[in-house]
Design a protein. Structure first.
Length: 189
């Protein structure tokens, strides 16, 4: 295997691992929303795993992006790392990956600064993760899974798990839904 082939395989593998981790973080975040995770000890454990996996995403995303740019089979330049839709290769699909990366960086930075910024700012940026996830799924399915069944099924599995988590978040009421509605009404009155 040549160095370029190794870079290509590494880019695809780290992309899939990133998507799997992102899906797990999304599902855990949904479980944490509105105190859905049960007892305080369970909530603390779920929070710790959510944060730990969130940090793990960074490692794999960096490897994914660097290997995708460094390998020479396709034209993805360093500018495409931060500026969406500038790639010479599959501009739309790479651009979606760049958008997902930009949102991920915003979520990570505001999470690191959570205790130094207003709660509503952190929450607003953190909620963009719900947009980040499907963009990353589309990026992965469009670019990385067309010829390898294992990668295709990993992406489909992520789509099913993440879709179910988001549906649960949207459709299943919080145990304290009435109190939340009352509190929200008071804020806007």
């Amino acid at each position: 295997m040549t160095t370029n082939e190794l870079l290509w395989v590494t880019s695809r593998a780290t992309g899939v691992v990133s998507l799997v981790l992102l899906t797990a973080v999304l599902a855990l975040g949904v479980a944490l929303s509105g105190s859905r995770s049960g007892s305080p000890s369970t909530r603390a454990t779920v929070t710790a795993v959510h944060r730990w996996l969130g940090l793990g995403i960074g490692t794999f995303v960096v490897a994914h992006v660097v290997t995708a740019i460094v390998e020479t089979w396709v034209d993805i330049g360093w500018l495409s790392l931060v500026l969406p839709f500038t790639s010479g290769y599959e501009r739309l699909w790479v651009g979606l990956g760049t958008l997902a990366l930009d949102v991920l960086v915003a979520v990570v930075v505001t999470s690191a600064l959570r205790h130094r910024i207003p709660e509503h700012v952190w929450r607003l940026v953190h909620l963009t993760g719900y947009a980040l996830w499907p963009v990353a799924v589309v990026h992965g399915i469009a670019l990385g899974t067309s010829t390898t069944p294992l990668l295709r099924w990993a992406s489909i599995g992520c789509a099913l798990v993440g879709g179910a988590a988001i549906a649960w978040r949207l459709l299943v009421p919080h145990h304290d839904a009435r109190q939340r509605a009352t509190a929200a009404a008071g804020v806007w009155s």
